[in-house]
Design a protein around this ligand. Structure first.
Ligand code: ZN
Length: 429
């Protein structure tokens, strides 16, 4: 007998609803016999949302010690340098505990967080490693050793990277475009790949996050991935310089990224506000080539990047907001493209993180998210509340959507933001 039968779920890409069985925390074939049943009444159901790129150590520091008045990357970096001086392990844990709850409420259960290692005491790394232990299986956290000030250009940078790995970090990062020279940038990538290959870890590098069309480190990542046979285990994050490459170079590069089987993460919230700041009109979007990468068959994911930190003051840790922005900013408003946006916050990042037993098929773990919307398009359009979030077959979050009313012709009516079903052209007899 099933533990639970979810009735009337609408799965991505399908028109008809279907039932989902749950037994022992796993998805199973639906059966009529179940201890409990929930009627989802046509709600869209996806696997748990996956956050492939966030900086948890910086969340909720907006306004500390001062607000970012220009909104620029450089003022953000200056403010962060001041805030970091007062960082403590408990301060980090306290802020992250709040945001993990926000993420779970939004259906996010798998999170890859970059953690700044440019601190001789590695306070942020210690905090996140301890917190990962503390939360147990309530959520899954992957941590990336992220050298905010560079590996070759920061005193003791290489040693701090090694120490972070020893403390239990899962993924090796780098920031080659921020290093002092092109040569240091290449060396930092080679250092990160060697460290990851030796320890059997994955790689996720902040790469070419600039509008400079001469910033070309992602090609070095592709070459190292191919050389070390690390295809499928390497992610390039941001790559906004790709926006400004000439088409001939971009074509060659995208072919090599495909050959290397690299994953790409685009961060529309931060990069739509931070890029193009040195341009006079027309101002470039400064965004990686999402459509071309997808068309080439490369796995592209959407990241949130910041939640109320010196670089981005907004956000509620909801991947749907990032998808909504990419629909506009990346011009992905085509009907099929809106569906693709949902893949970019679920299956695509699950692949980048190497998650197992992920999905909606029998045998997958019952980590699910039901939206207060019937389709992918409506989920994005409404940034729809998450009706129900399940982890291992148990309900871990729920939102009761509020009713909205208007008074019209002196009568209070309920407002439903769904498009009314078309009326039949010929009245029934
Ligand atoms: Zn980032």
């Amino acid at each position: 007998m099933l533990d639970l039968l979810l009735k009337g779920a609408r799965l991505p890409g399908e028109l008809e609803t279907r039932d989902i069985g749950i037994k022992d925390g796993m998805i199973s074939e639906p059966e009529p016999e179940a201890r409990h049943a929930i009627d989802l009444a046509g709600a869209l159901v996806t696997p748990a949302l996956v956050e492939p790129h966030i900086h948890l150590d910086a969340v909720l520091t907006e306004g500390e010690p001062r607000h970012n008045d220009t909104g620029s990357l450089f003022e953000g970096i200056a403010i962060w340098a001041e805030r970091v001086k007062t960082l403590t392990v408990e301060d980090v844990k306290q802020r992250v505990r709040t945001v993990l709850r926000w993420q779970l409420a939004n259906g996010v259960q798998f999170v890859r967080s970059h953690v700044d290692v440019c601190d001789p005491e590695l306070k942020a790394v210690r905090a996140l490693v301890e917190l990962r232990q503390e939360i147990g299986d309530q959520m899954t956290l992957q941590l990336v050793a992220f050298p905010q000030q560079g590996i070759m250009s920061f005193d003791g940078g290489q040693d701090l990277m090694r120490r972070a790995i020893d403390l239990g970090v899962d993924v090796v990062g780098a920031i080659p475009h921020y290093e002092l020279t092109r040569e240091y940038g290449e060396l930092s990538i080679k250092f990160a790949f060697d460290l990851a290959a030796n320890k059997g870890l994955r790689v996720d590098i902040h790469c070419d996050e600039t509008d400079d069309d001469q910033s070309r480190f992602v090609e070095v990542m592709a070459a190292e991935t191919i050389r070390l046979g690390m295809g499928g285990r390497v992610t390039a994050s941001h790559t906004t310089a790709m926006h400004s490459y000439n088409n001939a170079y971009a074509y060659r590069l995208i072919n090599n990224l495909k050959r290397a089987q690299m994953h790409m993460v685009t961060n529309p919230l931060d990069n739509s506000t931070l890029q193009g700041r040195f341009d006079s009109y027309p101002i470039r979007r400064g965004h990686t080539r999402v459509k071309e990468l997808l068309a080439a068959g490369i796995n592209v994911c959407i990241g949130h990047d910041s939640v109320m930190d010196p670089w981005y003051p907004l956000g509620v840790a909801d991947p749907l907001q990032a998808a909504f922005v990419l629909a506009h900013y990346g011009q992905m408003s085509g009907h099929g493209e809106l569906r693709t946006l949902m893949d970019m916050i679920t299956w695509n990042p699950a692949s980048a993180l190497g998650l197992e037993k992920y999905g909606l098929l029998p045998g997958c773990r019952a980590d699910l998210c039901a939206f207060a919307a019937p389709s992918e398009m409506d989920a994005i359009r409404l940034i729809a509340p998450r009706k129900l979030v399940m982890r291992g077959g148990k309900i871990v979050a729920r939102t009761e959507p509020e009713h909205t009313t208007v008074t019209w012709d002196d009568k209070e009516e309920l407002v439903d933001f769904l498009k009314p079903a078309p009326k039949p052209a010929v009245p029934a007899l």
